[in-house]
Design a protein. Sequence first.
Lengths: 301, 119
Amino acid sequence: MTTNESQLHRLLDDAFAGIPSTPDVQDLKEELRSSLIARVAELTAQGMPDAEAARRAIDELGDVRAAAQETAQLEAATPPTVDILALALANKVRPKPGFVMRTVVLSALIAIAATVLVLAFTGVWELAAGVMVSVGLAGIALPVGLLTADSLGQESTSNYPMPRKRAGLYGLAVGAILTGAAFVTWFGFETDQVWAGIVGVVIVVLGALLAAYLGVTQTNRHKPWTKAAAASHQFHNTWEEKPEDAARYGMYSGALWLLAIGAFVVLSLTVGFAWSWIAFLVAVLAQMIMTARMLFGRSEG
Amino acid sequence: MNEIAPDALRGHTDAIVLTVLLGQDRYGYEIYKAIGDATGGEYEIKEATLYATFRRLVRDGLVEAYWGDETQGGRRKYYAITDAGRAFQAQSVRDWRATQRILTTLLDAKTTSNLKDPR
């Protein structure tokens, strides 16, 4: 360690003298230290003597003491009790008319396509496989993808709009997974269409990879007021308060969906596709009941 | 340097920092330098002020902070803009453009001083 650095540490300690050494204050100090080291290196490279460079760098920072005190106070302050309803009302954002229109039109399209597909699957309405796949792509995969992108790009009362490109990629991922699912279903009905099965699986995997990437890189998009509301302890977060319950919930969910997938496969091979989807319906219902029990179940620990 | 400028600019520190972070994650001193360089040294935010700003931005969820993995010298604390930060920045730019347009009109002697009394 060179002389100018030890000089620096001493000046920094002086500036922080008497301020409670909380984690946030320590954090600020470390951050300032790294900045000072960089600045001193720059100044001495210009030919300034070490001691002078250290003092100059500290002076350039501005009022370090005030910043440290502010940080200490920010941390010590108990979060104010806020009226969440009033906050939500003050920040209320109404959906844009254009967005509502698009949602209604796309939802209607999805409902029509779903009805057609259910009629076709149950044999009420005989349709060629190619037609059914087209209905699935144009009537379900495309509009659901568009809806996803559109709604993520909207500002809401608690969320900022997602950047256009990212919202579009989420829509693409959802659309791709549904598109792949359509091809896989086609292969399920006409097992000689091997290419459809392969193409379907590839598209599903690509869509799932894209969705996973987006999920991992997702950053906060909640508005600041929701943070204030969360900090005021009016929300009880069962997931964090009872880790054992949360872990149990995760394991039950995993078991439930493995069971559902197994039941779906078995039913598809025995009873047929007309009824095997009920396995997923039952799983969704069971999941909702489990979630409700997890969130609103026994109040005592 | 113009004496009025710092006061008018101070209210926009949050938006300025967010704009610096749009392209890539940066650490404190880098942000400080970027602001100074962008104006050719004409406007410099005091670094201590800047660090207080970072803490507020983190608290509001507009940026996220993480320590870098430098092995020698001081470790650097990096700041990354979040989707909320991007939205806030875009809104700030829109607000500023509106303010700028109105002020340009009002401070234009040709339009404002020639208004006739409507009565």
